[in-house]
Write a protein that binds this ligand. Sequence first.
Ligand code: NAD
Length: 511
Amino acid sequence: MTELDDALGRIGVDATHGVWVGADGAQGSGAVCEARSPIDGSSLGQIGWATTSDVARAAAANRKAFEVLRRIPAPRRGELVRRFGQVLREHHEDLAVLVTWEAGKIRSEAVGEVQEMIDICDFAVGLSRQLYGKTMTSERAAHRLTEQWHPLGPVGVITAFNFPVAVWAWNAAIALVCGDPLVWKPSERTPLCALACHQLLMRACETMDDIPDTVSSVVIGGTDVGQALAGDRRLPLISATGSVRMGRSVAQVVAERLGRTLLELGGNNAAIVTPSADLELALRALVFAAAGTAGQRCTTLRRLIVQRDRYEEVVEAIRAVYARLSVGDPRLPDTLVGPLIDKPAFSAMQAALDRARAQGGTVHFGERVRQDVPEGGIYVRPALVEMPSQTAIVMEETFAPILYVIPYDDLQDAIRIHNEVPQGLSSSIFTNDMREAETFCGPQGSDCGIVNVNVGTSGAEIGGAFGGEKDTGGGRESGSDAWKAYMRRATHTVNYSDELPLAQGVEFDME
Ligand code: NAD
């Protein structure tokens, strides 16, 4: 028995069934596919994948559950999420084991990802008593003008491999308190994590007679399953996390039926290191952001824009740390950089490094690590690439640990380089100069959804709204008022007078 078997056993995952509509599990009507661990390529089980007909069944069940859920008061829905958070606390370590085995995250990051699920549950419980609408002053006497937020309907959730549990939890916790059931299509590369999350939510559902278990469904499958979700009119909102290419495709299908999308797509995040930066602090933040999670976070630091006078110093400092970064088995306590998710990720990384060389770059590291790592996995030393300028390859997101370094002369130049890429997710500036910091945060500064000062680009807290602009898709989820995407707004005008004045003073006299 491995620690994975133990964890799956404790959570109660039936890893053969790839379609779960509430507590009802079934082998999907599609092909039987193997789940593999990026740690060593070993098989984690055989799962029957869903097809479009399974999606239709799940959506129909979700729709029925919606009829019930929308009538249940929000604080009571919050109670479901509170209980789910409790189940997550009990299985914190178990779920972290799955994240490590299936996504290859080092244990500390895996534990952190589950903590994020618990945090969003806590947030959502409080939110369940704070789904506030506004009261506006009416221009008409004896009229009340208010807005109310109502449940929207079942949400289709499509997620990426690199946050195999937290991103769903952001959606699930908020959607459920908002009164929306959800059907989840996780990454085909992390099916066990999804089956486990669903199972744990079912534990919480079991304890509440008034809430149907069909508020949650999971359909394991590929692109066709994601497309079926996108096209299903019973799902008024599609929340999709993944590559820009995926987002474009999903957005078009949902737009065709005039549905709503919440898109969380790729980033090409940058940090600016200014003359006044505290280099010791910056170095820790930069290396975690660039090399942590083996460069496989949407918020991973991919571009470093350094003031020319500090360029050599910064490059040398990062090189020295990269040379000794512990790359290897993510289950071992001292490892900082685990495996790449699969072979195509490695090929994409090497192709990007070749293009960088051809475009004038000097590549440090980035090679495959074969010593003291589990056989069958793909391990690389994170790459540091000195670029003379922001060339075509730097403008792309390569989902691997590559950090491009570019020199700049003055802050305006740095901000121009920073904002030049098509993506707009996360950004940082390292400075002790208040004017520089505020300029970067202001309207002529970073054009990203996440703008940090003396904090790296990755590792956001759940309390803020998470997401980005431009090709990143414009969606916001998690904290702040991101919940509004999961509800519909009704504006009410109530006339409690015995006259009928029309707005804008319009006269319509029928006498
Ligand atoms: P991916 O786009 O390959 O897959 C993401 C999900 O979309 C998977 O479930 C996949 O099956 C599905 N999918 C792919 N093509 C589809 C299509 N045409 N129609 C419907 N569904 C489709 O992404 P990935 O490799 O799993 O993850 C890495 C990418 O995700 C990176 O670009 C990363 O930046 C991005 N990401 C973004 C965020 C964010 O919050 N902005 C978070 C995590 C990951």
